[in-house]
Design a binder for this molecule. Structure first.
Ligand SMILES: *Cc1c(COP(=O)(O)O)cnc(C)c1O
Length: 370
C-alpha cells in the first residue's frame, strides 16, 4: 500500500516520488546477512539521502536496526524521539558549545580531533561521570578524524580519554567501491595499527561498498548508507540491492514539430525529422540535473524515451516520436527499476548519492510500507 505524505495530491501532482520503505528494510537485512561480525547501522544523514529520515528511521528501527548515524547534531535531534533506545551518532564531530545537547539527549559525538576529545573529557569531569563517544581515526580520507600526529599523541597518552567511554573506534574508506584499489588494504593496515595503540574498543569500518570487500573489512559495526537506498555498492557488477525509488513525471503537453525546429533554451537540440516532443514538469530546481541536458532517457512501458534539449528549471523535454501511444497525462519513469539512480547519475556526470540527495521538495511523496 502506498501512503502519501505532503507535497500535494499524488494523482494530480506534476511528479510523484515513490519511496519503498519495505525495500529499504529488505536492503538492510541483506547487508546484515553479509556482515556477520557485528551489527549493521543505518546511515541516515542528509534526510536519509533525500528520502525522508523520519520515515526511514522508523522503518529500520522496526526491522531491528539499533545504530544510526547522521552528519549534524540538528539531524540527530530531529529523529531522537523516534529511536530513544538506539545509538545515534553525529559523524561531523563535536562543535564547541553543543556538549550539553549531547548529554541531555544521549546522542553520541564522533570525536575527530584532540580538541574534541579534550572538550568531551572536560565535560565528563565537570559532570563527574563517564560520557560515551565514538572516536574517528583518519586513515586516508584527510577530511575528518585524528591525523597521524594527533593519533600518535593520543596513543602515547591514554589519560586524555579519561572520562570517555569509547563505544567504537572508526575510520572511513576512501575507495571501497573499487575492490582492487591499493588504498583499501592501506587503510585496513593503518586502522589496525591505530587500534593496537589505543585502549581496547570495538571497531567500525565498512560503509556500503566496504561490506562487499570481504571478511578482512568486517568489523564490530558496519555503516552503510547508499546501499540501503538502492545505490549499487558494487559498481561494474550487478546491483545486489532492491530498487527503492521511483520518480514518475506526468506528461504536461505533447507537440509535433517540423524537421529543423529546435527544442529548449539556446536550441541545443534540432529535429532532424518531424518529431513529437513530450514535456514533463520536472527540472533542475527539482534536482533533475541540468548536466544531463541532451543525455539520458526516461522510460515508458519498459522502453527508453530520449531526453532532448536543455533541462530547464521546472521542465524537461523528451523525444517521443517513436512512441505515438504516449499522451498527455501519461507518466514517464524518470527514476525507477528501468533507470536506477546510478544510471541517471551517469548521464549527469555525478554519482547516485548526489542524484538522491538532490531530489527536490515539489514532488508528491508517497511511501510504501512503514
Ligand atoms: C556517509 C558515510 C557513510 C555511509 O557511506 P555509504 O557509502 O553511503 O554507505 C559511512 N561512514 C561515514 C563516515 C560517512 O560519512
Amino acid at each position: 500500500m502506498w501512503e502519501g505524505v505532503g507535497g500535494g495530491v499524488a494523482h494530480t501532482a506534476a511528479a510523484r516520488l515513490e519511496i519503498d520503505l519495505d525495500a529499504i528494510a529488505a536492503n538492510w537485512r541483506l547487508l546484515r546477512d553479509r556482515h556477520p561480525s557485528g551489527p549493521v547501522a543505518g546511515v541516515v544523514k542528509a534526510d536519509a539521502y533525500g528520502l525522508g529520515a523520519r520515515e526511514v528511521v522508523a522503518r529500520l528501527h522496526r526491522e531491528g536496526c539499533r545504530h544510526f548515524f547522521v552528519a549534524h547534531l540538528g539531524e540527530a535531534l530531529a529523529i531522537r524521539a523516534l529511536v530513544p533506545d538506539a545509538m545515534l551518532a553525529v559523524l561531523n564531530g563535536l562543535i564547541p558549545g553543543t556538549e550539553a545537547d549531547y548529554v541531555a539527549t544521549g546522542i553520541l559525538p564522533v570525536l575527530g580531533s584532540l580538541a574534541e576529545i579534550d572538550a568531551w573529557a572536560t565535560e565528563a569531569r565537570r559532570l563527574g561521570r563517564l560520557l560515551p563517544a565514538l572516536l574517528h581515526v583518519d586513515t586516508g580520507m584527510s577530511r575528518l578524524g585524528l591525523d597521524p600526529r594527533e593519533l600518535a599523541t593520543l596513543q602515547a597518552d591514554h589519560a586524555r580519554l579519561d572520562g570517555i567511554a569509547l563505544r567504537y573506534v572508526m575510520t572511513h574508506l576512501v575507495s571501497s567501491e573499487i575492490p582492487d584499489a591499493p588504498m583499501n588494504q592501506r587503510q585496513r593496515r593503518r586502522f589496525a595499527a591505530a587500534r593496537a595503540g589505543l585502549p581496547p574498543a570495538p571497531s567500525s569500518l565498512a560503509n556500503s561498498s566496504g561490506i562487499f570487500l570481504g571478511e578482512a573489512f568486517a568489523s564490530d559495526l558496519a555503516r552503510p548508507g547508499a546501499a540501503l537506498y538502492g545505490i549499487n555498492p558494487t559498481p561494474g557488477r550487478p546491483n545486489p540491492m532492491h530498487p527503492v525509488v521511483r520518480l514518475l513525471a506526468r506528461v504536461l503537453q505533447v507537440r509535433d514539430i517540423p524537421a529543423g525546429e529546435t527544442v529548449g533554451y539556446n536550441g541545443t537540440w534540432r529535429a532532424e525529422r518531424p518529431s513529437r516532443i513530450a514535456t514533463v514538469g520536472v527540472g533542475y530546481a527539482d534536482g533533475w540535473h541540468r548536466a544531463q541536458s541532451g543525455r539520458g532517457a526516461a522510460f515508458f512501458d519498459g522502453k527508453p524515451v530520449p531526453l532532448v534539449g536543455r533541462v530547464s528549471m521546472d521542465l524537461t523535454t523528451y523525444d517521443v516520436t517513436a512512441r505515438p501511444e504516449i499522451g498527455v497525462g501519461d507518466h514517464l519513469e524518470l527514476i525507477g527499476p528501468s533507470v536506477p539512480p546510478d544510471t541517471v547519475a551517469e548521464a549527469a556526470g555525478t554519482n547516485g548519492y548526489e542524484v538522491l540527495t538532490s531530489l527536490g521538495r515539489r514532488f508528491a511523496r508517497v511511501y510504501r510500507g512503514g
